[in-house]
Write a protein that binds this ligand. Structure first.
Ligand code: MIC
Ligand code: SF4
Length: 753
C-alpha cells in the first residue's frame, strides 16, 4: 500500500527544467494548473504554448485509480491490450457494489457473498497486472486515494468523475472512462484538450456553521452544471490557505458537478500537515523542496483577471451555509432563504432521512463536527426526528472516529453506521418503502442528487449540504429549520438551540487502523490466471466492435429524442444495474431507460418505426439491431452529465446506435463515445433540435471526408416526404477519427500488437 516515493522524486526532479521551458513558451507568469500540466507533457519539455480550449495535448499521468463498478470494463479492455503489467502505479477500489441495508458489518458480509465473482475477478486481474487492490470495506476510492496516493504537483486519472477530490492535495486528478485508463496502463500518452482556467479567489475565513462544502455549493450555484465544462478551477487566496486539506478535497470533489475537468488548490501548510498526519511526512519534505512550483506565481494571484479566463471571488467570512437541490446540484439556496423556497415550491418539509459521509464529506473534520452536534442533541435531550446514517470514507477514518468515540455519539442519537462504501449515494440503498414512490425529502452530504439516484424513487426530493447542516436538519426532522436562528423543543418541552459545530481537522492522537484492507499484487503476475465464465451473468469478455464500413450512414432511424436533463444516470442507471457493470450485453438492457422522450414526455417508451408500436428503449433498439438498421439518439444540453461510466457510451455502441446528436456534451461522456467508435455530434444551430421528428429516417453525410474542424451534414427525411438538411459540428482530431474508422480506440491498440 506504500505510495511510491521514488516515483514522486522523479516527478519532482523533472519540475525545474519543465517549468523553465513552459515559462519560455507561455511568456507570462504561470498559474498552478499550467505548471502541473506542462510538467506532465508526454513530449517532455514544452516546445510550444497550447491554446486553452483548443489544442489537444498528450500528457503522461503518474497514477491510475479505478473503482469496482468501472474497473471491470476498464480491465476487460486492458486484458485485450496485450501488456504484462500496468505501465504506471494503479489501484482498484471495491466501493460501489456494497448495498446499504442494515449496517456496516452485515451489509459488507452480504456484499462479499453476492459479489464474490466480481471481487475475485478484480482481485486476480489486479494481481496479474501489478495493480494494488483495495478490498470491499477498505473505503471509497477518493478518500483512500487522498489518504494514501495523492501528492502535490502530481497528475492522476481515475475511472470515476469525482477523481478531482485529490485536487485538495494539489494534484491534477481527472475523471475519465475506462478506455482512457486502459491507454495509460498500456503505456500510451493520455490526451486532453488543454483546459480553460477558472480562478476562484477565496478571501476571509470560515466560521460558525459554514463549512468547506458551502464554497462549492455556492460555486455550483454561480457556474451551474455546465459552467465548468472544459475548464480547470484553481482556488487561491488567503481563504484557500485557511482551509484544511480535506475541506479542499470536498470542494474539488464536487467540482465534478459543474462539469469542470478538475479543480485544484496549491500546496501549503495545511497540505503539509495532512501529509504528515497520514504518515507521509517524506512527501511533505520533498514538496517543500519545490514549493514555489506547487503554487501559482504571485503575479497571477495579484491580478487574476489577466491570467484566468474567468474569475470568481468569494469571501468566506460572509459565506452562508447552503442547501442545494432538489434534483440538480446547482440549485443553490443560502440557508436563510431555504425555508421559504421549500414552502413556495411545495417540497415536502418533513425530512425523512439525513445521510452524512460519502467520498465528498467523510474526513475526520467532517465527522468530528457532525458528532459535536449529535452530542448536543443527546445532552439537550433532543430526539432526532429523521433517520440518520453515516458512511465513513475509509477504514482508516472509520477506525479513528470509532476510537475517538464519535460513532458511539451518533449511535446515541439513533444514527446507523453504514459500510465504508458508496451505498445510498449511488442507489445501493435498500430503503424501506421506496417502491411505494411516495413524495418525500432526504438531505445528504453527498455531491449528486439527480432524480432516482439514491433510492430509485422519482419522488424523493434529495438535497445536498454540509454534514453539519445535514445533521442539524436531521435532528429537527424539518427542512425549514434554520439552525443559525431557530430553536427546537426538547423532550422536557423546553426550547433549546444548537450551538455552532466544533471539530478537529486532524485527530490529536493521530490516525489509526488495524486492517486497512489492502492487497499488494504478485511480484510476477505472469502465472496468475484470470478466468471469466462464459455462462456468467455478471462478467463477459469483450468482443471487438466492427470497423467503420467506409461509407456515409444512410437510412438510420431515430431511436429517441431525449428532452431536458439526460445525465449518465438517465442513460445507464446505477443502483440495481451496478451488478451488470462487467457484462455489456446484460447492462445494455438499461440503455436510456431514464431519458424523457420529447414526443410523449415519458421515460422508456419510444416508437418502433418498423412496427409503429411503442416499446421500451433497449428492446426497441434490439429490434432495429436484429433488422440490421442503425439508429441515432438526439439529446439536449450537457448530454451525459455526471458519471464517468463508459457503459453509457458502450451500450449504444453495442446495440447498434451509430451517432449521438445533441446540443452540447459533458466532457467525459463525449470522450467515452469517441473512444468506443461512436459519432458524437452537436447541432451547429441548437434550434435545429426542433426539426427532428418522431418518424424520421436519417442520413449522416460527409464521413468519407471526415476531417478535424469540418462539419458533417445530417439529413432528416420526415414521414410526410419533406426533409431537412442541417450542419453538425464535432470535435474529433485526426487521431480520434482513426478510432472511429477502426471501430474503437482499443481496436487500434490491438492492431498495433
Ligand atoms: C457516481 O458518483 O455517479 C459514480 C457512481 O461514482 C460514477 C461512476 C460509476 O458510474 O461507476 C462517477 O461519478 O463517475
Ligand atoms: Fe461513490 Fe457517491 Fe462518491 Fe460516486 S459520488 S464515488 S457513488 S460516494
Amino acid at each position: 500500500m506504500a505510495f511510491d516515493i521514488n516515483m514522486i522524486k522523479e516527478v519532482y526532479a523533472r519540475y525545474p527544467e519543465r517549468i523553465e521551458a513552459a515559462r519560455k513558451v507561455v511568456g507570462k507568469p504561470l498559474t498552478l494548473t499550467e505548471k502541473i500540466l506542462y510538467a506532465h507533457l508526454s513530449e517532455g519539455v514544452a516546445s510550444q504554448a497550447y491554446s486553452r480550449g483548443v489544442s489537444y495535448v498528450d500528457f503522461q499521468p503518474d497514477r491510475v485509480a479505478m473503482q469496482d463498478a468501472t474497473a471491470q470494463m476498464a480491465l476487460l479492455q486492458f486484458m485485450q491490450a496485450g501488456k504484462n503489467q500496468a505501465a504506471v502505479p494503479s489501484t482498484v477500489h471495491c466501493d460501489h457494489l456494497i448495498q446499504a441495508e442494515v449496517g456496516a458489518v452485515t451489509d459488507l458480509a452480504k456484499a462479499n457473498d453476492k459479489n464474490k465473482e466480481v471481487y475475485d475477478f478484480l482481485s486476480s486481474v489486479s494481481n496479474k497486472y501489478g495493480i494494488g487492490f483495495w478490498k470491499p470495506g477498505a473505503g471509497i476510492i477518493h478518500q483512500v486515494v487522498l489518504e494514501n496516493y495523492a501528492f502535490p504537483g502530481g497528475m492522476m486519472i481515475g475511472t470515476d468523475s469525482h477523481t478531482p477530490n485529490a485536487g485538495g492535495l494539489g494534484m491534477v486528478a481527472i475523471g475519465v472512462g475506462g478506455a482512457d485508463a486502459c491507454d495509460v496502463m498500456a503505456g500510451l500518452p493520455w490526451e486532453l484538450k488543454f483546459p480553460k482556467l477558472i480562478g476562484v479567489k477565496l478571501t476571509g475565513k470560515l466560521s460558525g456553521w459554514t463549512a468547506a462544502k458551502d464554497v462549492i455549493l455556492k460555486v455550483a450555484g454561480i457556474l451551474t452544471v455546465k459552467g465548468g465544462t472544459g475548464a480547470i478551477v484553481e482556488y487561491f487566496g488567503d481563504g484557500a490557505r485557511s482551509l484544511s486539506a480535506t475541506g479542499k478535497g470536498t470542494i474539488c470533489n464536487m467540482g465534478a458537478e459543474i462539469g469542470a475537468t478538475t479543480s485544484i488548490f496549491g500546496y501549503d501548510e495545511k497540505s503539509a500537515a495532512y501529509l504528515e498526519g497520514t504518515g507521509r511526512a517524506d512527501i511533505a519534505t520533498l514538496a517543500n523542496g519545490i514549493a514555489s512550483h506547487l503554487t501559482g506565481d504571485d503575479e497571477v494571484y495579484a491580478n487574476p483577471e489577466k491570467y484566468f479566463d474567468q474569475v470568481i471571488e468569494i469571501n468566506l467570512s460572509e459565506l452562508e451555509p447552503h442547501v442545494n437541490g432538489p434534483f440538480t446540484p446547482d440549485l443553490a439556496w443560502p440557508i436563510s432563504k431555504f425555508a421559504a423556497a421549500v414552502k413556495e415550491n411545495g417540497w415536502p418539509a418533513k425530512l425523512d432521512v439525513g445521510l452524512i459521509g460519502s467520498c465528498t464529506n467523510s474526513s475526520y473534520e467532517d465527522i468530528s463536527r457532525a458528532a459535536s452536534l449529535a452530542q448536543q442533541a443527546v445532552d439537550k435531550k433532543l430526539v432526532a426526528k429523521s433517520e440518520y446514517t453515516i458512511t465513513p470514507g475509509s477504514e482508516q477514518v472509520r477506525f479513528t472516529v470509532d476510537r475517538d468515540g464519535f460513532l458511539d455519539t451518533f449511535g446515541q442519537m439513533g444514527g446507523v453506521v453504514l459500510a465504508n462504501a458508496c451505498g445510498p449515494c449511488i442507489g445501493q440503498w435498500a430503503r424501506h418503502g421506496a417502491d411505494k414512490q411516495e413524495k418525500n425529502s432526504i438531505i445528504t452530504s453527498f455531491n449528486r442528487n439527480f432524480a432516482k439516484r439514491a433510492d430509485g424513487n422519482p419522488n424523493t426530493h434529495a438535497f445536498v449540504a454540509s454534514p453539519e447542516i445535514v445533521t442539524a436538519l436531521a435532528i429537527a426532522g424539518d427542512l425549514t429549520f434554520n439552525p443559525l436562528t431557530d430553536s427546537l423543543t426538547n423532550e422536557d418541552g423546553q426550547q433549546v438551540r444548537l450551538e455552532e459545530p466544533r471539530g478537529l481537522e486532524l485527530p490529536t492522537l493521530g490516525f489509526a487502523v488495524e486492517d486497512a484492507g489492502y492487497q499488494a499484487p504478485a511480484e510476477d503476475g505472469s502465472k496468475v490466471n484470470v478466468s471469466v465464465s462464459p455462462t456468467s451473468d455478471r462478467l463477459q469478455l469483450l468482443e471487438s466492435f466492427k470497423a467503420w464500413e467506409g461509407t456515409d450512414l444512410k437510412g438510420l432511424k431515430l431511436l429517441i429524442k431525449a428532452k431536458g436533463k439526460c445525465t449518465t444516470d438517465h442513460i445507464s442507471m446505477a443502483g440495481p444495474w451496478l451488478r451488470f457493470r462487467g457484462h455489456l450485453d446484460n447492462i445494455s438492457n438499461n440503455m436510456l431507460i431514464g431519458a424523457v422522450n420529447a414526443f410523449n414526455d415519458q421515460t422508456n417508451k419510444v416508437k418502433n418505426q418498423l412496427t409503429g408500436e411503442f416499446g421500451e428503449v433497449p428492446a426497441t433498439q434490439r429490434a432495429y439491431k436484429a433488422a440490421g438498421i442503425g439508429t441515432i439518439v438526439v439529446g439536449d444540453e450537457n448530454y451525459g452529465e455526471g458519471s464517468s461510466r463508459e457503459h453509457a457510451a458502450m451500450e449504444p455502441r453495442f446495440l447498434g446506435v451509430r451517432a449521438i446528436l445533441v446540443k452540447s456534451f459533458a466532457r467525459i461522456h463525449e470522450t467515452n463515445l469517441k473512444k468506443q467508435g461512436m459519432l458524437a455530434l452537436t447541432f451547429a444551430n441548437p434550434s435545429d433540435y426542433e426539426l427532428v421528428k418522431e418518424d424520421d429516417t436519417i442520413d449522416i453525410v460527409g464521413l468519407t471526408t471526415f476531417a478535424p474542424d469540418k462539419q458533417l451534414q445530417v439529413v432528416f427525411h420526415h414521414s410526410d416526404g419533406t426533409s431537412d438538411t442541417i450542419n453538425v459540428n464535432h470535435t474529433y482530431n485526426q487521431g480520434q477519427i482513426e478510432w472511429f474508422i477502426a471501430g474503437s480506440a482499443l481496436n487500434l491498440i490491438k492492431e498495433g500488437l
